[in-house]
Design a protein around this ligand. Structure first.
Ligand SMILES: [Mg+2]
Ligand SMILES: [Zn+2]
Length: 193
């Protein structure tokens, strides 16, 4: 099978509204533009992969089981709208909080590239044409660490993060892009191909 590029999408602030440590599927709010963004990525042959830091687990705000219920709910809502998320990788760890097995300096907490490496094992990914999209500076650092293009969105923490980091952004993030939201970011990616 031919390798296909992947869209490594952040969850909170990109796909769903960032409600500090969401701990129940009932609080889920998917951005309508993100549904359309995922559909567009499906249609253009991208693997759609969510990668998300969920230190709320280490901090004791929610269980792994609840986190997986939330993720099942996100995938269901997407499917109902004919949009497919291929996989969701999460990091439940935190270097300073939580019980010993979760209070670790792990290889998966963004901006470390552990979750991208896991995806590379599970899917046939054309990494060169893949991209990262996120609303935080660490998502862009993740892109930088992975050697792929980053798209920053102004939803979630994006507006604030762009303001705080604009000098570094222009200095380090050559070829990166800032979009108003996920759909606009995906359109930019498709146009530059
Ligand atoms: Mg985020
Ligand atoms: Zn981790």
């Amino acid at each position: 099978m031919k390798k296909r590029p992947a869209a490594f999408l952040d969850r909170d602030g990109v796909i769903i509204r960032d409600s500090n440590y969401l701990s129940h599927p009932g609080g889920l709010k998917i951005y309508p533009n993100a549904v359309e963004a995922v559909r567009l990525l499906n249609r253009h042959g991208f693997h759609v992969i969510l990668i998300t830091n969920q230190s709320g687990v280490a901090r004791g705000f929610l269980s792994i089981q609840m986190l997986e219920e939330i993720h099942a709910a996100i995938r269901d809502l997407m499917i109902k709208n004919l949009a497919v998320i291929d996989e969701i990788y999460y990091c439940p760890h935190h270097p300073e909080f939580g019980p010993p097995h979760l209070r670790v300096q792990c290889a998966c907490r963004k901006p470390a590239i552990g979750m991208i490496n896991n995806a590379l094992k599970d899917f046939r990914i054309d990494i060169e044409h893949s991209f990262v999209m996120g609303d935080q500076w660490r998502d862009m650092k993740l892109a930088l660490n992975a050697g792929i293009v980053g798209v920053m969105v102004r939803t979630g923490h994006g507006r604030e993060e762009v303001c705080n980091h604009i000098p570094a952004f222009t200095r380090l993030m050559k070829g990166f892009h800032i979009a108003n939201h996920a759909l606009e970011g995906v359109r930019w990616i498709l146009k530059r191909r």
